[in-house]
Design a protein around this ligand. Structure first.
Ligand SMILES: Nc1nc2c(ncn2[C@@H]2O[C@H](COP(=O)(O)OP(=O)(O)OP(=O)(O)O)[C@@H](O)[C@H]2O)c(=O)[nH]1
Ligand SMILES: [Mg+2]
Length: 798
């Protein structure tokens, strides 16, 4: 019975195989035209780490410029899982891509093959097939596998993930991990493309994930009524539950826009055929395999429509665009920051968080870097004001926060705990940039302050002094306003109330105001000094002019003339000239004292000239006076003595009057001068003396005439000497005797008296002295004695 059943089952299997192989046998081969043969597009470096682009392949791609856009079908999976053979089979060949007969990896790097095919509906597709190096080959790092996966995935418009026999947990986990790394890689590529500003139209769209078809080869497991896709979906759900992944986390189902699964039976039961499938004929292949292969092809080329997949997620690209994208992806993949796969998930999370934090902070710093660029500020480009700074900071903060979010998209375990760190780092950086910006603001305000001070200084220098205070103050007030307004205009944006401590606008404004006052005070003082020098020099100048003008006068002049000259020059020099020169100082408070000083100086000079003039008048008066005396003497000498005294006096008075009048006439202009009066008095007294002398001389002359008579009297008086006790009586006796004898000879009594008197005093002098000197002494002694006796008597009596 058992044998019968086995036989029956074998018979059924043969029958089904024949029936199912029938349509495939009859199926037409896909028509395709090879655009270029399979070539290696990317190969690894000697360390099997970095990726190198094969430039000749790029040229081939670029040569497809005029072709329609290409649909890219990539295949990835573990090494030696039949990827190359599968791609060959999809186009109905067996040996286009090299199929490896040994246990060693065959396909290295990424290979490509371009064909134009017609599908069952006759629609034409330009197809670029990407055959890749398998995962897990020995001496190859996980990161290298991830790079191959990421580049192939992002280049492909449809991706085949190839595995053998079964889909287990580790395969799911590995695909998930590779996909997440590819997500991060795509984001970095996006950022890089922005940095280098590469023009790949719609890069956002291009860097989306392609639709995924998971192909399980050599599959002979029973999956019941489920389709392979349902089976895979159930596996994925179970996997999510097992991993206790948060709903928000991105699983493979969320990463890929659509996922299908296809299984393929063993291509052949013959080991040799299996070993060298590249040499197998169609008849060598298992009909079930061929059937399932056809279903896969139909799904890829018809249902999924690799040209324009259901979700329209990815755009098709031209050959040159694919080259550009490839260069970008390889550059990013070769960069230091390719997302690595840690052996432990938590490590991976930590690493991603750290990397995201670093990238976010770098991006933040990059955005804020305008603040720290050396000499980035100038008048045309001043530092940011507080509001602008805050705006830039907010934008940079938002950018960094968003970038952080994007970088950790789907990695909630990394995202949330790292947020705090991010905020702390952003805050620290904010403080740093705030300080830097404040420093720039301080430098800027200081620079504007210095420029304004320099400008003020040069404009102050250009004010020509001396200048009147009124004009000076007017100019200064305009200048001051201009300087302060200019400073405010250039720096007002930095006046903020938020942070008074760092309000450099106010700090330098106050310093500017103080310095302006200081510089203006200095200039004011300079101006005052100049005005005072001007006033002093003006006084000296008018004094000199006054002197030289007055020196022109021929002295002596009359007092009126001198005064009038003084008045003339005083008016000219003080009231006109001085006022003209010192006009600038008229309104100054100290002008009056200087004007008084000038008046005083001219007054002193006038006094000086008055004195000189007086001296000259004195000289002249003296001269004239002496001249008059001489004239008088001359006239008087002509009178022959003796004459009657009345006549003599009369004549001499006439001469005197004539001389005095002559003096007065000659000095008439100077009659009000002191010297004139002094000399006149001197003249008069001198003339009086001359008259006196002449009169005495006349008396003497007269005495000689009567001398004989007088001699008689002298002899007589000598003889009578003993009878005279007193001189007075002696003299009286002599007078009477003399008068008796000369009365007839000298008629004029006064003259006679003078002659007798002269006779007594001169001719009788010796006698008188000898006679009355002793008697006078004795008389005196007698009187003293008498008085003494009287006093003694009186005392005794008492
Ligand atoms: N059992 C089995 N063997 C296969 C299948 N496809 C290919 N082979 C054989 O597996 C070996 C490797 O095939 P390849 O197509 O080169 O596989 P690959 O994944 O491209 O290999 P690498 O390029 O080395 O990663 C060859 O000996 C093939 O004959 C298959 O579906 N089932
Ligand atoms: Mg291969």
């Amino acid at each position: 019975m058992k044998l019968k059943n086995i036989f029956l089952l074998f018979f059924l299997y043969i029958l089904i195989s024949i029936i199912s192989s029938q349509p495939q046998q009859q199926q037409k081969q896909q028509n395709f035209k090879e655009l270029f043969k399979p070539v290696q597009l990317i190969y690894p470096d000697s360390n099997h780490d970095r990726l190198i682009i094969n430039e000749s392949s790029i040229n081939l791609l670029n040569s497809l410029l005029n072709e329609d856009r290409l649909s890219v079908l990539g295949v990835v999976g573990t090494f030696h899982s039949g990827k190359s053979f599968l791609l060959n089979q999809l186009l109905g060949t067996t040996d286009s891509f090299t199929v490896g007969p040994t246990v060693h990896p065959q396909t290295i790097g990424i290979w490509m093959w371009a064909c134009r095919i017609n599908d069952e509906r006759g629609k034409q597709h330009n197809l670029l097939l990407l055959d890749t190096e398998g995962f897990y080959s020995s001496n190859v790092s996980e990161t290298y596998d991830a790079k191959i996966f990421a580049i192939t995935t992002l280049l492909s418009s449809h991706l085949i993930y190839n595995s053998v026999k079964i889909i287990d947990q580790s395969a799911l986990e590995y695909l998930e991990l590779l996909s997440r790394r590819t997500q991060l890689f795509a984001l970095k590529s996006q950022i890089k493309s922005n940095e280098i500003n590469q023009e790949i139209i719609g890069l956002n769209n291009i860097l989306n994930f392609p639709s995924l078809t998971w192909v399980v080869q050599d599959f002979f497991q029973d999956i019941g009524d489920e389709t392979p896709t349902q089976w895979l979906n159930n596996l994925l759900k179970a996997h999510s539950r097992d991993k206790d992944i948060d709903n928000s986390l991105t699983s493979i189902t969320k990463i890929f826009p659509s996922i299908e699964c296809h299984t393929l039976f063993l291509p052949s039961g013959d080991r040799n055929i299996l070993r060298h499938l590249d040499k197998a004929k169609l008849n060598d292949l298992n009909p079930i395999y061929i059937k399932e292969l056809n279903q896969l092809k139909s799904s890829l080329f018809n249902d999924n429509d690799i040209d324009n997949n259901n979700n329209n997620i990815k755009s098709k690209l031209t050959g040159p665009s694919i080259s550009t994208l490839l260069r970008l992806l390889v550059e990013v993949a070769n960069g230091n920051k390719f997302p690595t796969v840690p052996s432990i998930w938590s490590g991976f999370i930590k690493q991603q968080q750290q990397s995201a934090l670093e990238d976010s902070i770098i991006a933040y710093k990059d955005k804020m870097s305008t603040i720290t660029i050396e000499e980035s500020y100038s008048i045309s480009k001043p530092p940011l004001c507080f509001k602008e700074f805050e705006k830039l900071e907010n934008q940079s903060n938002d950018y960094a926060t968003n970038l952080y979010k994007q970088l950790l998209f789907g990695l909630e375990e990394a995202y949330k705990p790292g947020q705090q760190k991010l905020h702390k780092l952003l805050k620290e950086n904010y403080q740093y940039f705030l300080k830097e910006n404040n420093f720039k603001i301080q430098n800027y305000c200081q620079r504007i302050f210095n420029e304004e001070i320099d400008s003020l200084q040069s404009r102050l220098d250009s004010i020509i002094i001396p200048i009147s205070s009124k004009h000076f103050n007017h100019q200064i007030s305009i200048l001051k306003n201009e300087i302060i307004s200019q400073y405010k205009e250039l720096t007002k944006q930095y006046d903020h109330n938020e942070n008074n401590q760092n309000n450099y606008y106010q700090v330098y404004l106050k310093t500017l105001e103080k310095d302006i006052e200081r510089l203006i005070d200095g200039k004011q003082l300079q101006n005052k000094n100049k005005i005072e020098i001007l006033l002093t020099k003006s006084i000296d100048m008018i004094s000199e002019r006054y002197k030289s003008s007055m020196n022109q006068l021929e002295l002596p002049v009359t007092l009126e003339q001198l005064s009038s000259e003084d008045k003339k020059y005083y008016d000219q020099l003080l009231n006109v000239k001085f006022k003209q020169i010192t006009e600038v100082a008229h309104d100054e408070s100290y002008y009056q004292p200087f004007e008084s000083m000038a008046e005083k100086k001219l007054h002193q000079l006038f006094q000086y000239f008055q004195e000189i003039n007086e001296e000259k008048i004195m000289e002249k008066s003296k001269f004239e006076s002496e001249q008059s005396i001489l004239d008088f003497k001359k006239s008087v000498s002509q009178i022959i003595l003796p004459v009657e005294e009345e006549m003599l006096v009369k004549s001499m008075n006439e001469f005197k009057i004539r001389s005095i009048n002559s003096y007065k006439n000659r000095l008439e202009p100077f009659k009000y001068s002191k010297s004139y009066t002094t000399q006149l008095n001197r003249l008069e007294s001198s003339l009086e003396r001359q008259i006196e002398l002449k009169l005495n001389e006349n008396v003497t002359q007269m005495k000689w005439i009567v001398m004989e008579s007088l001699d008689t009297v002298r002899v007589m008086m000598i003889s009578r000497t003993p009878i005279f006790w007193f001189q007075h009586s002696y003299e009286n006796e002599a007078y009477r005797e003399a008068e008796k004898r000369i009365i007839d000879k000298i008629k004029s009594k006064p003259l006679r008296d003078k002659v007798i008197k002269q006779f007594i005093n001169n001719d009788l002098k010796e006698q008188l002295d000898s006679l009355f000197k002793l008697s006078t002494i004795l008389l005196t002694l007698g009187i003293i004695l008498l008085f003494s006796i009287l006093i003694s008597y009186t005392i005794i009596k008492k």
